[in-house]
Design a binder for this molecule. Structure first.
Ligand code: COA
Length: 380
């Protein structure tokens, strides 16, 4: 396998209701990434979109975007891993270049969640026969996890508020973010209960957006950009699809296995990671991933939030440009936004949110209730 770098990025502002159509979102993000790389052609496009079948009545979106983005005739495939779909597109693009099969690959994610209420379509990430008929949703499954966590480790809900405060503070300086205002602990604590103990600010929002990246072999990267960022690895691991089948749901085994593979493949350890673009779709998931990826002992992830270690000036900054919670989580696009943000941090282009020390960045993306987890590591 050869070394791979990000050589072009493109992102559109995440909005509650984009005026652009689904295809316009995907095409525009793809074109922005191509322009950034200074190319008008790639060999392959991998499309990340979870919900268009149900919300827009549109399948076959990879070919749709390729043809409308001026890439007629190229290989174009849709990739899916439920709510980790964008990361799956990124991994396929990474493998296509790393294997030597192609010289340039495009991963583009786009999602228009606002077209119709997406909750039942999102729930299809779970077991349709055994979980969905009980009324379970991704929100209720995360609420179950949070309730179990608070009880098992005897932690107060208040210990989680910094996950939301940090994300919303970091989003204020990100022009692509869905939310642009800081929030206080009082606002978090007084926000409405969505599914106890989860409150509104524990959740990522329903939103629309698109983002894309172009990948090339590292030894050719400077032909496309002055600011290449290496993709050190991309890994995937899975768990039992049904949470109730897992012997230890709070251990988030797929995240642990995926992170361990990434560390083993790169020779890095959690101590080497300077910042973590975590899948903070819910506060509890951010906490569990901090533990599973090796940044805290099980039962102690909340401390990194409560003690401010997740802030930009802390030991392990997370959600440095707003995270899923405040930049937004337009599902198929999310991991591509995270990749764009990691590139910004590693190349000194994160503006006011620039971290003082950013050499290694980690991305984790979670499918469903952590049944599929992808980990990517990046270096300047
Ligand atoms: N965080 C902060 N504020 C939020 C928010 C969120 N997640 N969701 C909505 N709001 C705010 C909005 O800003 C809105 O005010 P505005 O219109 O002035 O901007 C207000 O609350 C009402 O928004 P609305 O869209 O009507 O909220 P809702 O009740 O329909 O949805 C949730 C709230 C939490 C149910 C919805 O955001 C949700 O389902 N989130 C989870 C999505 C999910 O499961 N994703 C996959 C995870 S892997």
């Amino acid at each position: 396998m050869r070394s791979v770098s990000v050589v072009g990025v493109g992102q559109l502002p995440v909005r509650k209701q984009a005026t652009a159509s689904l295809r316009e979102l995907g095409v525009r993000a793809a074109q922005l990434a191509l322009e950034d790389a200074g190319v008008d052609r790639v060999a392959v496009l991998f499309a990340g979109n979870m919900l268009s079948d149900e919300l827009q009545g549109q399948k076959h979106v990879a070919t749709l975007i390729a043809s409308e983005a001026g890439l007629h005739g190229i290989e174009a495939l849709q990739v899916r891993a439920a709510t980790a779909t964008g990361a799956a597109a990124l991994r396929m693009a990474y493998l296509a270049v790393a294997s030597g099969d192609v010289e340039l690959a495009l991963a583009v994610g786009f999602e228009k969640m606002s077209t119709a209420p997406p909750t039942s379509a999102l729930a299809k990430a779970m077991d349709a026969e055994l979980e969905v008929p009980t009324g379970a949703t991704l929100i209720s499954q995360n609420a179950d996890l949070m309730r179990a966590y608070l009880e098992r480790y005897d932690v107060a809900y208040e210990s989680f508020v910094n996950f939301a405060i940090n994300a919303h503070r970091n989003a204020t300086m990100n022009p692509y973010a869905r939310f642009q205002s800081e929030i206080s602990a009082k606002e978090v604590l007084e926000s409405r209960i969505v599914n106890a103990p989860i409150r509104l600010f524990d959740c990522s929002p329903i939103c629309d957006g698109a983002a894309a990246v172009v990948l090339a072999p590292t030894d050719a990267a400077t032909a496309f950009t002055d600011y290449p960022v290496r993709v050190l690895t991309g890994t995937v691991a899975t768990d039992w699809l049904r949470v109730e089948d897992r012997p230890e749901p709070l251990a988030v085994e797929a995240a642990r296995l995926s992170a361990q593979k990434a560390y083993a493949q790169t020779g890095l350890t959690p101590d080497d990671v300077d910042f973590f673009e975590v899948h903070d779709a819910f506060s509890i998931m951010a906490c569990l991933l901090l533990e599973a990826a090796g940044f805290a002992e099980q039962g102690h992830g909340w401390r990194l939030a409560a003690e401010g270690e997740i802030f930009r000036e802390g030991r392990l900054p997370i959600a440095t440009l707003g995270g899923l919670k405040a930049r937004g989580h337009p599902i198929g696009a999310t991991a591509l936004y995270q990749t764009c943000e990691i590139v910004q941090q590693l190349t000194g282009q994160a503006g006011t949110n620039q971290l003082a020390h950013a050499e290694i960045g980690m991305l984790q993306s979670v499918g469903g209730a952590a049944a599929t987890v992808l980990t990517h590591l990046f270096a300047a």
